[in-house]
Design a protein around this ligand. Structure first.
Ligand code: DHB
Ligand code: FE
Length: 279
């Protein structure tokens, strides 16, 4: 059977991609942020997963406000990085784990999750950035991918409890997949930020640090919070953090937090990462 070898939660802020594109990796401003990912990159290189399931939201790039799927699943053979308006990026196309994705589609529907099934999809910074943070800038990605897209853009967004349950379904799908493939799950988004409205610019580093410390050992509070709690505590776009719950729900109740990293930002967004393993 396939095996879940780890869960990673990470920000997917687009300025991370811009910093890489502009060669700012080692500047005083960015080096502490990127250096915090080195242990996760080393872990991924050593663990050599075959498949990365990436949970993220599209930001009005593949879908717009005329059609907003609450939940979408990619079953394509490949995914091109989408041009978000600054021109094509030097990021290779992603090879899809199409067979496993169809199995996951079947298992999701069997367990009453009904995603929009995408045979063609371009992926934005929500997936590009986490993949670059964990796997660097290879000529070809070392893993196949399965994108799971969650609407965190336009209310009503799904509940945190539902995201956790989706993680349980994902785990069952991995463990009923009859190969010996190794799977890593990446939950993306956050940390605290708000890009709109009266609280535009809001971040909450204290709650971000608590999240990074507790999402491994003490996730119950985060599973039980309402959507409105997420908006209040983490900001309207910080509510993207519900997507980490898919990753956390897929893991065992007891996990080991191998690495954690928080970058106290001089920008609009709290940024960070955790890497979890089952015991
Ligand atoms: C921004 C966009 C994001 O998708 C995100 O998660 C954080 C920040 C931004 O445009 O600043
Ligand atoms: Fe985002």
């Amino acid at each position: 059977m396939a095996r879940l070898i780890g869960g990673i939660g990470t920000s997917h802020v687009p300025s991370i991609a811009a910093a890489l594109d502009k060669g700012l990796r080692n500047t005083d401003e960015w080096k502490p942020f990127f250096d915090g990912y080195i242990p996760a990159q080393d872990w991924a290189a050593a663990a050599a997963p075959d498949i990365a399931v990436v949970i993220f939201n599209d930001h009005g790039n593949a879908f717009f406000l005329d059609r907003v799927p609450t939940l979408a699943l990619g079953v394509a053979e490949s995914y091109d990085p989408i041009d978000e308006g600054w021109g094509p990026r030097a990021v290779p196309s992603f090879q899809g784990a199409a067979d496993f994705a169809w199995h996951l589609a079947d298992q999701m529907v069997a367990r009453h999750f009904d995603p929009l099934i995408c045979r063609e999809l371009q992926v934005d910074h929500g997936m590009q950035v986490p993949m670059e943070l964990i796997f660097g800038r290879p000529a070809a990605w070392p893993v196949k991918v399965v994108p799971i897209l969650v609407n965190t853009i336009q209310y009503p967004i799904p509940t945190p409890q539902r995201m956790w349950e989706l993680g349980r379904v994902l785990r069952a799908a991995i463990e009923s997949w009859p190969t010996d493939e190794k799977v890593v799950v990446l939950g993306t988004g956050g940390l605290s930020h708000q890009l709109q409205g009266a609280r535009a610019g809001y971040i909450n580093p204290a709650e971000d640090r608590k999240w990074i410390a507790d999402i491994g050992p003490n996730p119950a509070r985060y599973r039980d919070m309402t959507r409105e709690d997420y908006v209040e505590v983490f900001g309207s776009e910080g509510a993207e953090l519900i997507m980490w719950l898919v990753m956390r729900g897929a893991m065992d109740i007891q996990v080991k937090t191998l690495f954690r990293h928080y970058f106290a930002p001089a920008s609009m967004t709290g940024a960070g990462m955790v890497l979890l393993e089952n015991l």
